[in-house]
Design a protein around this ligand. Sequence first.
Ligand code: NAP
Length: 282
Amino acid sequence: MRVLVTGAAGQLAFAIRQLWQEHELILPDEAQFNLGDPESVRNVVSGVKPQVLVNCGAFTQVDRCETEQETATRINGYAVGWLAEACDRHGAMLIQISTDYVFDGTGTRPYREEDPTNPQSVYGRTKLEGERQAATCRRHLIARTSWLYDAWGNNFLNTMIRAAAQGRNLRVVDDQRGSPTTCRVLARQLRAAAEQGWQGLVHTTCQGETSWHGFAEAIFAGKGIAADLSPCATADYPTPARRPAYSVLDGRRRKSLGTDLMPPWEEALAEVIARPELTKDL
Ligand SMILES: NC(=O)c1ccc[n+]([C@@H]2O[C@H](COP(=O)([O-])OP(=O)(O)OC[C@H]3O[C@@H](n4cnc5c(N)ncnc54)[C@H](OP(=O)(O)O)[C@@H]3O)[C@@H](O)[C@H]2O)c1
């Protein structure tokens, strides 16, 4: 398949670059493929004529989205509509990556695909708009994921390791629960989904759940780092954007589709710690 990937400098795109090598991959950088510019979107898609387009590009800085709503709406929302239109023109399948932050977090059991959304942040609202836009594409897959990280990229794991190395006292929230998911397992799952032509909305997170504090504990235990770590409450550290207290996603629909490649989050973390370098064999 000829596959066009947006947001090439991001952490998920990096995993796709390594793990989809059997396919013809085109990963233009942001200067060549600017999601904020509809002309750029049309030109790149009609030049490449992909069979599959994976939209990894997004305005992902959740707190900054609160003050930069216009940019967030353009990149996370409108741009997906331009991609959908361009994909339809060329018969391409659009894979849109979405987020657990479309939910308000008041749930008491894992969220299913059909559960009502109610985003509490600009990021969540604009990503939900992205889902609506993606659904206008004849062939689309919307893959909701959560708490993405890997050995590379700007993410919680690397922030924790850096902060511990600086000897900082780490207070990490213990009252937000979700499912940490590695970029590499998501990239493998998306590859299978693209090859098998999955359609519609599918939850693609690692299995199980923890809090950010529990995740930090597991990172330090796995890396053998004696960090100065203690739990705190969300209320102790208010942030501009509200995050869901509980955003575990139910994986039954994914399992029913046949190829479930999402392991328990602890197993995925162990893989990152044991093999930080990503090669195409992983
Ligand atoms: N990270 C998470 O925890 C998480 C959780 C759930 C869902 N997701 C979704 O998963 C997808 C991949 O996320 P990620 O973690 O890989 O994010 P990431 O590392 O922040 O990558 C996103 C990339 O998009 C680029 N981008 C921003 N504006 C752009 C534009 N106008 N044109 C082209 N590229 C642009 C960013 O560039 P700059 O860095 O220069 O801005 C960045 O390289 C996103 O859709 C995100 O919403 C992420």
